[in-house]
Design a protein around this ligand. Structure first.
Ligand SMILES: [Zn+2]
Ligand SMILES: [Zn+2]
Length: 438
């Protein structure tokens, strides 16, 4: 905290400092490369939306909407116009992307429409370890395909990203929570099972019993978990189409070698899910695992938000957690490009040559730093190493007249005289061969 002003970052947020940026860049590059290669295209939606989008989409009575949503004070604008819409910071990505799908008439695009997004999400929950009020997500949504192919593509894309990032012990948990045809019948059975156990469950569960009975199954409370394990399982009560869809999804996963565990207590907290729900954790071992990604199918959300009925499936990945895991695993990641070459000019006669070298490197996409200077070689070299450059190209009067340069390798502290074109080509080649992707 700043001692004088008391100013500090908001509770539950964090600064991502320069040292951590390479991790973020690495994760984002990898995620984008994977989904671009699978036919997804990027979408950006606002950080805030009409609050009703989250109430209807995520669901009234869910923890997110009841307790965790950040409302934005309706401001009077300077021209006296009063905004009568209540806005809220987005707690997750799917509702806003679905709103955009409807508003931009994407149902008339060739289907399915595959989209991905990345950005911060906001939940006003009590800050605790590993849970932030502002956290960053990467996510995908597939609209317009009700087949299990899209459930598979969705799960596989997340699995692929995490595998490429170096997670080798991923655990995929999967369940089906049915549809409006079969779920109500199951919920009756579930409530019957719980009806004589209400004195043994927590207060939250007693509330869920009336409002969100499905969520009785995913209470984290130990006592409640034991009771949930004995509850009737929804997989036994699915209607024939839901069962066939789930079966098909699992077959795809099998075919493509993605190992999964059926988890009958996995329901996910949001109202909009239908049929497939899944989570991917960092580790098979329960003690060591962190949930990195969660998602599912939401065939009724578009309709709830005022669009046509549109089948859809997607997931969101918590990037803060992914980055924390990668940092802890000490995986070597590519460093971000900084200053690569510094041009050191010694004396006025060198200026013209230096400018030429500068523009050649710049045109070749090499990060080159050049400020004409009258300083001594010694102090210019000091500046170059402060910039953490790889090479210094030194041009004095003698070099300028003979069209040569001195190339100093700043990391190895070696240097060599060579013709200017040779120097440019050698440095160029070095960087071209170094460009790597995830
Ligand atoms: Zn069903
Ligand atoms: Zn409970």
């Amino acid at each position: 905290m700043n001692q004088e002003t008391g100013l500090q970052k908001p509770r539950g947020t964090k600064d991502i400092l320069p040292d951590d940026q390479p991790y973020w860049q690495y994760v984002l590059d990898c995620a984008k490369n994977v989904v671009l290669g699978l036919g997804f295209r990027q979408i950006n939606t606002p950080l805030y939306e009409d609050k009703r989008i989250f109430e209807r989409g995520v669901g009234e009575g869910t923890d997110i909407v009841e307790k965790e949503i950040f409302l934005i004070e309706s401001a009077n604008s300077s021209d006296g116009e009063i905004d009568d819409v209540q806005y809220a910071l987005r707690p997750e990505g799917t509702a806003g992307v679905t709103r955009s799908y409807i508003e931009n008439g994407m149902s008339s695009w060739p289907q399915p429409v595959r989209l991905f997004y990345t950005g911060p999400m906001y939940r006003r929950e009590r800050p605790q370890k590993g849970r932030y009020r502002e956290h960053r997500q990467f996510g995908v949504e597939i609209f317009g395909d009700s087949s299990a192919k899209s459930d598979y593509l969705s799960i596989m894309s997340a699995y692929e990203i995490l595998t490429k990032l170096g997670f080798s012990k991923l655990a995929v948990a999967i369940n089906s929570i049915g549809c409006p045809d079969c779920r109500p019948k199951y919920l009756l059975k579930l409530k019957k099972y719980y009806s004589d156990k209400l004195d043994k469950v927590c207060d939250d569960c007693r509330r869920r019993y009336d409002q969100k009975p499905l969520r009785l199954l995913d209470c984290k409370n130990d006592g409640c978990r034991k009771i949930a394990e004995g509850a009737p399982q929804i997989l036994d009560k699915l209607c024939a189409p839901c069962r066939a869809h789930f079966q098909q999804t699992l077959e795809y996963l099998d075919d493509f070698g993605i190992k999964f565990n059926l988890d009958p207590t996995l329901v996910r907290g949001l109202d909009y899910y239908t049929r497939t729900v899944f989570e991917i954790s960092s580790h098979e071992d329960k003690e060591r695992k962190t949930t990195l990604c969660g998602g599912g199918r939401y065939d009724n959300l578009a309709e709830v938000l005022g669009g046509n009925k549109t089948p859809a499936v997607g997931w969101g990945m918590g990037l803060d957690r992914v980055v924390a895991e990668i940092k802890a695993s000490k995986v070597k990641i590519p460093k971000l490009r900084g200053v690569e070459v510094v041009i050191l000019e010694l004396g006025k006669t060198a200026k013209k040559v230096c400018k030429k070298i500068y523009s050649t490197f710049r045109d070749q996409n090499i990060n080159v730093f050049y400020i004409p200077s009258n300083d001594t070689l010694r102090s210019q070299l000091k500046m170059a190493s402060k910039l953490e450059a790889d090479y210094a190209v030194i041009v004095g009067q003698r070099e300028a007249l003979s069209n040569s340069v001195i190339v100093r390798d700043l990391k190895q502290s070696t240097q060599e005289d060579m013709p200017m074109t040779k120097a440019i080509n050698e440095i160029k080649e070095k960087y071209n061969s170094e460009i790597k992707n995830c």
